[in-house]
Design a protein around this ligand. Structure first.
Ligand code: UDX
Length: 447
């Protein structure tokens, strides 16, 4: 359960705001539930009727620790409701969050059609002052476009403000991240909007950074791209460690003592995936190109990330010789632990590369198998890690789920055709694996 501090519980007694959230995906749902928990009256809107019906029953369509109880508690308390009727949301709120999805177009840039459609509908519905908050990850200058769309579609010239309030929540810890943010960024165009948004977030006791709208939009691009860069950087260092006989895990412990660098996001592996970092990086490269800047650094970040997938397959080749007809067991399909999200998961590309070389694939993930079935065909999905290891020529670890760290490795060894593990997330110690009699390959450690 995600606990609030005593201080926050007391502050919950303040008069809440009336909020609506349009788009009940990962970001919208978590934001809505958390704002309700802080004492606000929140209406979540989505045009998917089935989704809204199940949410009204307290059923959550995504796997996100702590979210289900938060939603149920706030529905019971009368602070959270769900509807397909956008008018109901707009008419009963002062602050309207736009959290619809912005899928990538074929050229990598974000498709903003849903944002435009929602802005138009809000404009046609609103009867009094509203704050329209962009919460979806959007390209810089979207705030201006929303403003223009609202002005064009509101015949009564009703006053409104646009706010850019980017989210920084991570899947798998989204509720915790929302309740304990490192910072809240508010890109505002008026003092009134700043005051109301500060009041909304006051119970969180987090640093609030107020900027103009464009700067807030760029903060989001720059933060996610920086994180992606950090991962590609450490993966490059890992590759050098391997060649030089060093150990990336020790190196990654030594670098961050310098507080200017920090320890987070220095885990080498098969590279980043998920709904945000790959998409946002690609979108930012596109945006900067349009603005007349060739962001070569970020292009290389993307390239290194692709190469990490290929590197993993070459490690499998190194230990099994010919991949053709070998049975490869995959442990971990989700793009990271504690989620069933498979978007841009390294497992997809890696399994497809192995299948191209005619490997037989068995796979297991604690929660992502139902999602994986829709994406990866000709895979034997297994009931657990041992079932996967049974009869395998090699086991490949692609997600660092806690349960994999506690595997009975002696049993795994007995079940496998050959005791080979290729660890794309560095969850085991090479010395221990050697003692147990495994041929063990990992990332950035020279064994
Ligand atoms: C990310 C940002 O962290 C978040 O602030 C933003 O709002 C949304 O995008 P998320 O996509 O949920 O969050 O996952 P994150 O925890 O950032 O991990 C992204 C990917 O990077 C995962 O595939 C993960 O395995 C990988 N990663 C992360 C590494 O390979 N090494 C690391 O050290 C950290």
């Amino acid at each position: 359960m995600v606990k609030l501090s005593k201080k926050k519980k007391i502050k919950k007694k303040r008069k809440g705001k009336k909020v609506s959230i349009i788009g009940t995906g990962h970001v919208g749902l978590v934001t809505g539930a958390c704002l309700a928990e802080l004492g606000n009256r929140v209406i979540c809107v989505d045009n998917n009727e089935e989704k809204i019906a199940s949410l009204n029953r307290g059923e959550i369509p995504i796997y996100e620790p702590g979210l289900e109880e938060l939603v149920k508690r706030n529905i019971r308390a009368g602070r959270l409701s769900f509807t397909t009727n956008i008018k109901e949301g707009v008419n009963n709120s002062e602050i309207i969050f736009i959290a619809v999805n912005t899928p990538p177009k074929p050229d990598g840039e974000a498709d903003l059609c849903f944002i435009e459609a929602v802005s138009r509908e809000v404009a046609q519905t609103m009867k009094g002052y509203k704050i329209i908050v962009e919460k979806s990850t959007v390209p810089v200058e979207t705030g201006k476009w929303i403003s223009r769309t609202v002005k064009l579609n509101n015949k009564k010239s009703i006053n409104f403000d646009i706010v850019s309030n980017p989210e920084f929540l991570r899947e798998g810890s989204a509720v915790y991240d929302t309740m304990h943010p490192d910072r809240i960024v508010l890109g505002v165009g008026s003092k009134k909007a700043e005051r109301i948004m500060r009041e909304l977030y006051q119970p969180l006791d987090a640093p609030i950074i107020v900027t103009d709208i464009e700067s807030a939009e760029i903060i989001k691009h720059a933060s996610n791209s920086f994180l992606a860069m950090k991962i590609s950087y450490i993966n490059s260092i890992a590759n050098i460690c391997e060649k030089a006989g060093a150990d990336i895990k020790k190196v990654a412990e030594g670098i961050p003592c310098d507080k200017r660098i920090g320890r987070d996001f220095l885990n080498a592996g098969v590279g980043f995936g998920g709904a945000c970092l790959p998409k946002d990086l690609q979108a930012f490269v596109g945006i900067t190109q349009r603005l007349g800047y060739d962001f070569e650094l970020l292009k290389v970040v993307e390239k290194i990330n692709r190469q990490q997938r290929e590197l993993l397959v070459s490690k499998v080749r190194d230990v099994v010789w010919n991949i053709k007809d070998k049975t490869i067991g995959i442990l971990g399909l989700a793009f990271k632990p504690n989620t069933d999200d498979m978007r841009n998961a390294p497992s997809i590309e890696i399994i497809q590369m192995l299948q191209k070389e005619e490997a037989k694939i068995k796979a297991y993930d604690p929660v992502a198998i139902p999602v994986a079935r829709g994406i990866l065909k000709e895979v034997t999905y297994c009931k657990d890690s041992y079932d996967t290891a049974n009869g395998c020529d090699a086991l490949v670890i692609l997600t660092e789920w806690e349960e994999f760290k506690r595997l009975d490795l002696k049993k795994i060894k007995r079940l496998m055709k050959a005791p080979i593990i290729v660890d794309g997330r560095n969850i085991f110690e090479p010395e221990k694996m050697k003692r147990l009699g495994f041929i063990y390959k990992s990332i950035g450690r020279s064994t």
